[in-house]
Design a protein around this ligand. Sequence first.
Ligand code: SF4
Length: 260
Amino acid sequence: MDGAHGDRDGTAPGQQGRSASSRQADPFTHFIFQAIQAIQAGIMPFKTIHDRLFAEHGLQHWWPAETPFEVMVGAILTQNTAWSNVEKAICNLKTQDALSPETMLGVPQTELAEWIRPSGYFNVKAERLRNYCRWYLEAGGLETLERLETGELRQRVLSVNGVGPETADDIVLYAFGRPVFVIDTYTRRLFSRLGVIRGDEGYEELRALVEAGLANEPDRVGLFNQYHALIVAHAKEYCRKKACCAGCCLRSQCRGCDGV
Ligand code: SF4
């Protein structure tokens, strides 16, 4: 994660005249306002953006993990670090046969921290992992949590100390297979450059906005799974902090392209 999305003023072309009523409306009404404006302004719908990204990058095969619990661990370890570092940490956990909540709680925290050292911030993350494991076991594990309705499940995951909205949504989407859209720095940067969002929306507002824009799509779990991974792929190859717009499949309708 590179934290780059603050180089624009956040006001997307075509959105400057938006009324106060649309700004205060619920996410679905807000989306309708935006959709009408988007059509008038020639801004791409969320599904069209996905389709172009899919045509460019293809199937992404996320999340790279063998079990739902491995997804959960990866989601916590990937905070503020590259995925290649997470892979090393998870490899260490597998070598130690420690990729289970019982083992992570059964060893001293310092030992767990050593195993996950490659992921960075390893002392903090060891504590977060143990918080998560404690909660996970007390909640009854996968079998019990899977029975919860999506909103309740998301709130329960979010209640764990050290789990923020992006981590929670990684877990809810990729470990539990529920239709929540993950918002990260790449998502905000891409969508704001394209002009489909302002860029200064809060996490929940932005998530609701994208979900409302894709509300009628079939298989939203599969769609959201691919979409988030495609955004990451595109942000790494083209829509970087300093955008490489030449060759970008979205360039013809991008408001943020600086012509490079
Ligand atoms: S044209 Fe440039 S700014 Fe726009 S989405 Fe592509 S890489 Fe990003």
